[in-house]
Design a protein around this ligand. Structure first.
Ligand code: ZN
Length: 77
């Protein structure tokens, strides 16, 4: 699925925060992060990787994320 913020340049990935096990979705290009993978990926609800990790008391480093599968594009109805 393309990132709604940076469009064609970014690909959304599932990721897990290593220290907390929390599942998130991140953009590999613009570093935005969504904490509710089940909800719509809305730019208005995005956080960013560095500030999210900092708020959780974790070093703001991509190494703290276990990157997973790409988020598939939404199904067309
Ligand atoms: Zn992006």
């Amino acid at each position: 699925m393309e990132c709604p913020t940076c469009g064609e340049y970014g690909d959304l990935l599932h990721a897990t925060i290593r220290k907390t096990g929390q599942q998130v979705i991140v953009c590999s290009e613009c570093d935005l992060l969504w904490t509710h993978p089940q909800q719509d990926i809305d730019p208005a609800r995005a956080s960013d990787v560095a500030s999210f990790l900092a708020q959780a008391g974790i070093e703001p480093d991509w190494q703290e994320l276990q990157l997973g599968a790409r988020v598939p594009p939404p199904a067309t109805v």
